[in-house]
Write a protein that binds this ligand. Structure first.
Ligand code: PLP
Length: 388
């Protein structure tokens, strides 16, 4: 059994993928070929936003979004400590300081009540109101943006987040790397904030056969600036450089693969929904010993992951061991919250600063999740969990 079975998907659409790749081999425009604009148009239409800007990865999408918003040295950006390292890494790469705030224990997403406190604390730079980076700053960092994460595919609570950010004059950048295809109050993920960033890493809900990402925004000026930034801050032509940017282009071959994969994406989203529903049917009761994902009533998850909470760390270890013996791969997203990672030690956070994130990191683990998982395999997985 595979944790994510990309082979089953490829079997279904191998011919379509080959045709798309052959078209690129025939026209030879490996850099900025026509497939990129085609994909941008299709995906922007799907999520319901005016502009899609293809780029080299989800990480670069976040970095480009921050750069386009003018976030840099001396600025601070609020985000979640319970996420993949790239979220806060992009903030640091932009030259800014990540300010963490704890998550909601049901959705694992940014907790709006905590966000309200951290906005006040970071605006006045008063660590007595909420934990703040303890670095030695010449002057207090200026709070510029909020970067919520749609963890495991469930959108964060954008109505409340956007309202709090608007009050504080902050831009909101949605880290939708895991939520492409998800929904919040009948709107699609990637359309829930001023700018949204997704990833086409192969294991994401819409994955390429290599790295790739896309940024979505309704703001034409921001889109134009990001298009320039991702080719070295290019101006009217290649040899006019307006500002320092990066080599952040989406690869034509990856865009071609994604065009073929997107054809079946809406159907795969429904298949993932069925797989998640099947897991919950088996496991959503007190005697299962695990807490299944809770999707808010007004949301749809993109089901990047199906993550459950064990009772505690030793219960998790036992379940993972039993599943492993039964040939079922599992994974822990995330074993250590970012505020306790060496890479972010310069921020001076301590254990205990974000208790919900810390508790989840000890209890959480993810079960195999992909559209082609068979109900019989899911039943077998559930039986191993129930018998522990
Ligand atoms: C995968 C991921 C990223 C980074 O995307 P890449 O395409 O791998 O650079 C950023 N944030 C989150 C939450 C992710 O899961």
């Amino acid at each position: 059994m595979r944790f994510i079975d990309l082979g089953a998907q490829q079997k279904r659409i191998r011919k379509a993928i080959e045709n798309r790749i052959h078209a690129v081999l025939d026209h030879g425009q490996y850099i900025m070929g026509p497939e990129i604009a085609m994909l941008e148009k299709k995906l922007a239409e799907y999520v319901g936003v005016a502009h899609g800007v293809g780029c080299s990865s989800g990480t670069d999408a976040l970095l480009l979004a921050l750069m386009a918003c003018g976030v840099g040295s001396g600025d601070a950006v609020i985000t979640s400590p319970f996420t993949f390292t790239a979220t806060a890494e992009a903030i640091m790469l932009a030259g800014a300081i990540p300010v963490f705030t704890d998550i909601d224990s049901l959705t694992f997403n940014m907790d709006p009540a905590a966000l309200e406190r951290v906005i006040r604390a970071a605006t006045e730079w008063d660590a007595s109101l909420h934990p703040l980076p303890a670095g030695d700053y010449a002057k207090p960092p200026r709070l510029k943006a909020v970067m919520p994460v749609d963890l495991f595919g469930i959108p964060a609570d954008y109505d409340r987040i956007n309202a709090l950010a608007a009050d504080g004059g902050l831009v909101v950048i949605e880290d939708a790397a895991q939520s492409f295809g998800g929904e919040y109050k009948a709107r699609k993920a990637c359309a829930l904030a001023e700018i949204a960033c997704t990833s086409f890493f192969p294991a994401k809900p819409l994955g390429a056969y290599g790295d790739g990402g896309m940024i979505f925004t309704g703001d034409g000026r921001l889109a134009a600036r990001m298009r320039s930034l991702l080719v070295h801050g290019q101006g009217r032509d290649k040899y006019e450089n307006l500002e320092i940017g990066l080599n952040g282009r989406l690869d034509t071959l990856q865009a071609a693969v994604l065009l073929a994969k997107f054809e079946i994406f809406p159907e795969e989203r429904i298949m993932r929904e069925r797989v998640a529903g099947q897991y919950s049917f088996f496991l959503d009761h007190d005697s299962s010993g695990v807490r299944v994902p809770k999707v808010p009533a007004d949301c749809c998850s993109a089901w990047a992951q199906y993550s459950v909470l064990a009772r505690d760390a030793s219960h998790r270890a036992l379940l993972q061991e039993n599943l492993g013996k039964a040939g079922v791969p599992t994974a822990i997203y995330y074993p250590r919250p970012l505020h306790l990672q060496p890479a972010f030690s310069s921020l001076g956070y301590r254990e205990g600063d974000f208790p919900v994130s810390e508790a989840c990191s000890r209890r959480i683990f993810s079960l195999p999740m992909h559209p082609y998982l068979e109900p019989e395999d899911q039943e077998r997985i559930a039986r191993v969990i129930l018998s522990a």
